[in-house]
Design a protein around this ligand. Structure first.
Ligand code: DQA
Length: 146
């Protein structure tokens, strides 16, 4: 299976910003862990991070149009809470997208409890640190095997 792992705004600073919330592991280290996990399970992982909403929209379109992924794991960062452009892009593509958050967004500020993308995603994993990405991949694979 080809899995596209996408990270949005500010997630390039993972491991360096708000370590008490997001941990000390950098995005590169987390991605290496995800790549090893995918390899063990016979899957290919591709990684994409951008701080720009349009670049994330373009990547979602590309995965759909080029059929370059079977499923997408997506931590949209703060875009989760207000980006209708990303919501429409996810709705537009005929690919399963799993929403991911490292922190438990329901145990934090009120604005984080709203996700405008949840409705168009196949599932959500939140609160397990970097483990949220691995749990999302396990869920995506289980769903696609059905
Ligand atoms: C996040 C949660 C968001 O509310 C926040 O804006 C982020 C990261 C998470 O992984 O917990 O940037 O998506």
């Amino acid at each position: 299976m080809k899995i596209l792992v996408m990270n949005g705004v500010n997630l390039n600073l993972t491991g360096k910003r708000e370590q008490s919330v997001y941990g000390r592991e950098t995005l590169e280290e987390i991605n290496a862990r995800i790549a090893a996990y995918c390899k063990e399970n016979g899957d290919d992982a591709e990684f994409f991070q951008s701080n720009y909403e349009g670049a994330l929209v373009d990547k979602l379109h590309e995965a759909f149009l080029n059929r370059s992924a079977d499923g997408i794991i997506f931590n949209a960062g703060a875009f989760t809470h207000y980006s209708y452009a990303l919501r429409d892009a996810i709705a537009a593509i005929d690919l399963p997208v799993v929403e991911v958050h490292m922190s438990n967004v329901h145990a934090r500020e009120e604005f984080r409890r709203t996700s405008v993308i949840s409705e168009v995603c196949r599932g959500t994993v939140s609160g397990f640190g970097a483990g949220s990405y691995l749990a999302a991949i396990t869920g995506l694979k289980a769903m696609l095997k059905k």
